[in-house]
Ligand binder design. Structure first.
Ligand SMILES: CC(C)(COP(=O)(O)OP(=O)(O)OC[C@H]1O[C@@H](n2cnc3c(N)ncnc32)[C@H](O)[C@@H]1OP(=O)(O)O)[C@@H](O)C(=O)NCCC(=O)NCCS
Length: 391
């Protein structure tokens, strides 16, 4: 896959960049190359392989989005890339050493260059015989014209997209994920990381021989977010309830029964005790009550992509199948679907879908008549600050 354009340092004096100017010259030389485009996103990752060489996952410690184009150019040159949905698996210590010569100028400049840290750690991993087996270094690029369905470009590409979301570099719906289910392998997720079906029995025997049991936490296409990303300022009471690819805003708290799917999440401070389905975005200062749910579009036939505004409350065991603007409340235990007939204060009856996206609504089921009413609320939910400091 890789057509290595990389030249040795002796052949190309520009390769060793002892000053920032050397580096800038080197980068512009690469960027002026035929067909080169700056990537929208790229990352240096560490992937797990099955015994047959299939890629199971990729961890990108520091994904880049619309940034660090110089590093992108260095990597592109090293791997002989023509930047269009490219993934390279042939990282070796010598390739890393060559790459690091381009960054000689910034050694000891007192700044943390995250991509260099990742490269050095990957180098150590590749060097040490005690490194976990079945790991391989990966570099993956997503081009700016990511028009077609990106997830078809492989497992590492799909994982990079999920990382971009969970690192808050793109918001839900901000990057293509259309074909992700057919791209991601259905792994066993264990205390030893992802394991392919064909390897599970062997690995269990090996673990038994070591007297440490192999613990299987689940079998799924998506791993828990916290196994790959540490978003700042969040609490996630049960790691298994938030999938990689979820976007959790600073100050969000996800309690034990809360759930957040990929390509979904909270934009800021929120309390999540209910379920946020794929595609759903919840605005700042909103509360998804215990056992509540918000309809998604992955299964069940729903097509409407739902968003919840700011200062909204979905009451305990309630649910919503339309979008809400700001300052809306759903009574505990009431599920408002798009087709629910709603009695308005002026006596007219409308389908809830016609109210989708409106602000300042209180939905309540009259406990005597059973009719679902929409009233103008007297106030709106305010969250308990101390529950969201999350330091
Ligand atoms: C819908 C809700 C917000 C209304 O709360 P509220 O605005 O404080 O309303 P109140 O309970 O004070 O009731 C106001 C009036 O409406 C009446 N009322 C309330 N719910 C009613 C219902 N379902 N049917 C008929 N009347 C109702 C009350 O009896 C009261 O009447 P009154 O003025 O004659 O005394 C609240 O019932 C609710 O469901 N909150 C959700 C809380 C939650 O689940 N949080 C998440 C925790 S995990």
């Amino acid at each position: 896959m890789s057509h290595r354009l990389h030249r040795s340092i002796e052949e190309d004096p520009l390769s060793t960049c002892t000053t920032k100017n050397d580096f800038t010259d080197f980068v512009s030389q690469v960027e002026q190359g035929a067909g080169y485009v700056r990537p929208r996103a790229f990352g240096i990752g560490i992937a797990s392989l099955s015994s047959t060489g299939a890629l199971l996952d990729t961890w990108f410690p520091f994904p880049n989005h619309e940034a660090n184009y110089g590093t992108a150019a260095v990597l592109a040159e090293a791997f002989g890339y023509t930047h269009r949905h490219a993934t390279f698996y042939n990282f070796s210590v010598s390739v890393i050493d060559d790459i690091l010569t381009r960054f000689a100028w910034c050694e000891g400049d007192g700044t943390t260059h995250h991509n260099i840290v990742v490269l050095k750690r990957l180098r150590t991993l590749l060097l040490h015989s005690s490194s976990p087996t079945g790991k391989v270094g990966v570099v993956c690029f997503i081009p700016p014209d990511d028009h077609d369905d990106g997830a078809r470009h492989g497992v590492a590409d799909a994982y990079l997209r999920l990382h971009l979301l969970s690192h808050r570099l793109v918001k839900p719906h901000g990057i293509k994920l259309n074909d992700i289910f057919s791209t991601l392998p259905n792994n066993y997720w264990t205390n030893e990381g992802p394991i392919a079906e064909e390897d599970l029995e062997t690995r269990r025997f090996e673990a038994t021989a070591r007297r440490y049991p192999l613990l299987v936490h689940g079998r799924d296409k998506f791993p828990p977010l916290l196994d790959y990303v540490q978003p700042t300022g969040v609490r996630i009471a049960d790691a298994s309830r938030v999938r990689l690819g979820a976007y959790l805003g600073q100050g969000s708290t996800v309690m034990h029964e809360g759930f957040v799917n990929f390509n979904a999440g909270t934009l800021g401070v929120s309390m999540v005790e209910g379920r946020i389905s794929s595609g759903v975005v919840v605005g700042t200062n909103s509360d998804i009550g215990g056992g509540a749910s918000i309809m998604g579009t992955l299964s069940g036939g729903g097509k409407m992509i739902i968003s919840i505004g700011e200062h909204c409350l979905i009451g305990a065991n309630g649910g919503i199948g339309i979008s809400l603007g700001d300052r809306c409340t759903i009574e505990a235990g009431l599920y408002v679907t798009a087709s629910t007939k709603v009695l308005l204060e002026d006596g007219t009856v409308v389908k809830a879908a016609t109210l989708s996206g409106h602000s300042d609504m209180l939905f309540i089921r009259d406990s005597q008549s059973g009719a679902v009413n929409m009233r103008r609320p007297k106030g709106h939910v305010t969250l308990n600050d101390t529950l969201h400091k999350n330091t």
